[in-house]
Design a protein around this ligand. Structure first.
Ligand SMILES: N[C@@H]1[C@@H](O)[C@H](O)[C@@H](COP(=O)(O)O)O[C@@H]1O
Length: 243
């Protein structure tokens, strides 16, 4: 893995935005894998700014998000559809029909997972996957114990994950208990992966992702098996790293 330490969150966001913009410059019909959560918000701001300056167009880009909650109505302001609309989709020229997220409101969730995998395959797979890192090592919503052979599936969210995401909701009990997520195999199928890690509270998780033995008990260690991973970590998150 290529590990790059960034001065602070702003610097990390600028570098992440530049990598995504670079990907689109290399291949205008790129397929991007996108993440939600607090960490990529700055990157989305950068991308929106670049677009507004006329430096970048998403007209031919296709996006697939990692995950979506189950149990929130599609129109709910806190689901990941809404997050993506707020932070990116409403700010750039992505075509709505080229933006995909799992449908957490689907009647048949198993069929929805299969449909998502098929869509990904038909799009030719992900060129660049952006990832955040959960405190417990989750990537997407793949919680500890998820087999590395998993494809898109339904998950029960770990209590720690619900607690970490409670800040986006009015109260803890509002945080959904389930989600649909791309599996670890789905994520590792991306041709390139960009992991964003920010803040002192992620320092332990970052060092485990990089140096712990590869184990399903810490899903992010699966990234050690991928040949093309870049990690952008700010100085706070990198505090636990050697040297
Ligand atoms: N499902 C998301 C992940 O895709 C995200 O990467 C991670 C870290 O979130 P944050 O960036 O807010 O710390 O947890 C969330 O639960």
């Amino acid at each position: 893995m290529d590990i790059r330490i960034c001065k602070n969150y702003e610097d990390l966001s600028t570098k992440a935005g530049a990598r995504v913009a670079g990907q689109i410059a290399e291949k205008e019909n790129s397929v991007l894998g996108l993440a939600t959560g607090g960490t990529p918000e700055g990157m989305y701001r950068q991308l929106a700014e670049q677009y507004q300056k006329g430096a970048l167009s998403f007209r031919q880009v296709t996006t697939f998000n990692l995950d979506e909650y189950i149990g929130l109505p599609t129109s709910h302001s806190l689901n990941y559809h809404a997050y993506m609309k707020t932070h990116l989709f409403s700010k750039v020229d992505l075509l709505t029909e080229n933006t995909y997220l799992p449908d957490g409101g689907a009647m048949d969730l198993t069929a929805e997972c299969e449909r998502y995998e098929t869509l990904l395959r038909e799009a030719g797979g992900v060129d660049l996957q952006v990832l955040g890192l959960g405190h417990n090592g989750h990537i997407g919503f793949n919680e500890p114990g998820t087999p590395f052979s998993s494809t898109t599936h339904v998950v029960e969210l770990d209590e720690k994950t619900r607690e970490a995401n409670a800040r986006f909701f009015d109260k803890r009990s509002d945080v959904p208990k389930k989600a649909i997520t791309m599996g670890i195999e789905t994520i590792l199928a991306a041709r390139e992966i960009l992991v964003l890690v920010s803040g002192l509270d992620k320092a332990e998780a970052l060092s485990a992702m990089l140096y712990r033995e590869v184990t399903a008990a810490f899903p992010a260690t699966a990234l050690q098996k991928h040949p093309n991973v870049t990690v952008l970590a700010d100085e706070q998150a990198a505090k636990g790293l050697p040297g």
